[in-house]
Design a protein around this ligand. Sequence first.
Ligand SMILES: Cc1cc2nc3c(=O)[nH]c(=O)nc-3n(C[C@H](O)[C@H](O)[C@H](O)COP(=O)(O)OP(=O)(O)OC[C@H]3O[C@@H](n4cnc5c(N)ncnc54)[C@H](O)[C@@H]3O)c2cc1C
Length: 509
Amino acid sequence: MTFFGARVAILPLLAQLVLLPAVDPSTESAQVCVVGAGIGGASFAYFLKQYSCNSVDTPCFSDIHIFERRSNVGGRMATATIAGDTFEAGASIIHPKNLHAVRFASILGLRPKTESSEFRRDRNMSDLTTSWFGIWDGSQFLFTTLPPPPSSSSALYRKIHSFINALRIFWRYGLSLLRMNLFVNKMVESFLLYYKGFESRPIFETVEEMLKWSGLYNGTRRTLKEELQDVGLSPLLISELVTVMTRINYGQNVSISGLAGAVSLAGSNDGLWSVDGGNWQLAAGLINYSNVTLHLEEEVVSIGYCEKHYVLSSAKGNSFNCEITVIATPLDELNITFIPSISIPRRRLQHTFTTFVRGLLNPKYFGLSHGSEIPNLIGTLELPKIPFSSISVLKKYGEDDKVYKIFSRTPLPDGLLNEVFSSRKETIKIDWPAYPHFEAPEVFAPILLDGKHLYYINSFENAASTIETSAVAAENVARLVVSRVSSLHLNMPSKKLQTRNQDLLHHEL
Ligand SMILES: Cc1cc2nc3c(=O)[nH]c(=O)nc-3n(C[C@H](O)[C@H](O)[C@H](O)COP(=O)(O)OP(=O)(O)OC[C@H]3O[C@@H](n4cnc5c(N)ncnc54)[C@H](O)[C@@H]3O)c2cc1C
């Protein structure tokens, strides 16, 4: 079958359908098949629907199927329940300038979570002046902010408390902090270009083009450490605060690329938020909103190209004929067979072990006397003897009953947990193939995997891995699909896209 129907083409298309050979009844057909129901797959479906069927010569994609190997959607946006409460287990924070996520939440009627300020941040160091934070070197705390003021304290007392914290941080790291903020803000400003309207924003066929256009490409060529040294950050700030943040946010150190590092440092900006009830609802909501067919527990095991369509076969033995196939998951640890084979650069995923513990930390483990209070967020230095990247308090039920989240690069054995915690009532352990192991200079997989209609959203993930970068990459792939199908259909080099909803592109920027 040839490519889909711009509205004008309905009659010729019907004629072709009549001429099609009979199909095996066990095989379904679809226009567009998406592998993965995380934010990448969900936002791709949303944008494809928004950008198609807008005029007589834009194609219509009414038949989109999403395949998800798990029994639920969201992928790396997932929650864990401990002590009867639900906490983010994967992607937990969203930057206020992540305009796609902000918009998704708004159209889906999802509310930002409101939490007590003391434990608001479970994996970042936003607003260090109000959170109780400490840097641990494996033997002692090198630096801590002040413990939070009592909840009964006045607004004035809180202001003074926060001011003293600001002074302490400034005293230790000096003007380098301002340089760090400028570095991050510059990256955020460049990233905002991806929300520009169609007139001034090209459709990109490669990740390199996409990054070069926004000025972010150079940030993928050099390490974070090199970039920060160039902008004049002190060695102390790089080896302490910056290292702590890259360990928390990407489980890696300052040898990640400058761009991934800047994204990680943006996790110390103000205004970070998450979706009340779980960020996974962004994916679930978009899938519902876009009215696509969702196949849960349908793991795609092979993708073959045969006579102008792709045949997706699943572990259940089902097969689906698809005119377009979009991969919305990292391929690095998957066993999908491609026929003919495809070639992508070898990429290692960084595994992050997320351990939830309900109990109480053991002051002795941290070199403190019995009964001592321990900071609510413990960040760590890049030292082999430290078995975890961070520990944060998510919720306090009583003086000796709290829920903690621990990030580590290797699994934490029970023996070690018994040393770190003086009491432990409940433990949940999750092994995430979390994000790429970032290495400068980065090499990117193609977006177009076979020169036909096999697309790869997660090739962008080597630039940075976040909810928003997945959405931005997915939006570009949706535009690319519409453009390539339109030009194929009308035999034109490229098409101007229109969107149903003018607000969609955040024209206020
Ligand atoms: C611990 C952790 C913390 C993080 N923190 C943050 C954060 O605070 N903020 C932030 O913005 N980002 C964060 N991230 C990164 C963020 O979660 C990801 O970048 C983003 O969710 C990726 O979305 P995706 O849709 O591209 O991929 P995924 O979410 O991985 O979705 C891919 C989907 O494809 C499915 N799939 C895979 N193979 C197959 C197959 N063969 N057949 C069918 N289905 C298949 C998977 O089951 C999965 O559901 C974090 C990630 C982790 C792991």
